[in-house]
Design a protein around this ligand. Structure first.
Ligand SMILES: [Zn+2]
Ligand SMILES: [Zn+2]
Length: 235
């Protein structure tokens, strides 16, 4: 379904606002910055020990989920806890179409990526794609904007060869098993990733089922290794 003219006008208006108006803090609304100093101080980096799929509280390297993963998949990591000012910033970016805020969030993720991936050899940075229908409705892919910033910061090319071929239903309210079933076969990749060490980028990771499905599609297409990095994770 094509997006309506009204949706298009709304997107254009937001894009103009983002260009013409001064930035507003995504946490508290204060004018002048994308995130004010006190809201920046409230960001909580996710640095505790995690297993390969990113679940907390696992002493070893794998839990029951990622024990079944191929060796070439993981780790899946997130830079910050999905809460407070970051949560509202991501919300404004995604659902209110604040592209310029997306570029700011991309710079946050890019710095985290540079620290976390220091010394890791990567060939491609790839955003988790939206289904084309979803992307037409939203007007942009939030993960693409974040991935552009990460690729530029790391000096790694931005890949294209990953498609979302199934318009999956909303994941809200689904647990990992439900999300995994929902995501099965949702992605397809191609020859552009053959032999590559890939970093997948998304805005928010919840159970990791989306990253897992995309990662498996990349490995199936011949990628050598797939890691994942999201801006935020619920816990
Ligand atoms: Zn603030
Ligand atoms: Zn795990």
């Amino acid at each position: 379904m094509m997006s309506s003219p009204l949706a298009w006008v709304r997107r254009l208006t937001r894009a103009l606002e983002a260009t013409l108006l001064p930035p507003v803090c995504g946490g508290c609304g204060r004018r002048g910055e994308w995130l004010c100093p006190s809201c920046t101080a409230a960001l909580r980096p996710l640095t505790d020990a995690r297993c390969r799929c990113g679940r907390p509280g696992t002493r070893g390297r794998v839990c029951s989920v990622c024990a079944e993963w191929p060796d070439a998949l993981g780790p899946i990591r997130a830079a910050f806890v999905f809460e407070g000012p970051l949560r509202s910033s991501i919300h404004r970016f995604k659902y209110r179409g604040e592209y310029a805020r997306g570029r700011y969030l991309g710079s946050l993720l890019a710095e985290a990526a540079a620290t976390a991936l220091d010394g890791v050899a990567l060939d491609l940075v790839l955003p988790i794609p939206l289904h084309p229908r979803r992307q037409r409705e939203r007007g942009f892919n939030q993960a693409q904007i974040l991935a552009e910033a990460v690729a530029a910061r790391l000096g790694v090319p931005l890949g294209q060869d990953l498609l979302r071929i199934v318009d999956t239903r909303s994941q809200v309210g689904l647990d990992y098993a439900g999300r995994r079933a929902n995501m099965q076969g949702a992605f397809r990749s191609g020859p552009g990733v053959r032999g590559a060490s890939v970093l997948l980028i998304d805005d928010v990771v919840t159970t990791g089922a989306t990253m897992e499905a995309a990662g498996l599609a990349l490995l199936e297409a011949g990628a050598r290794h797939v890691r994942g990095l999201a801006l935020a994770r619920g816990a």
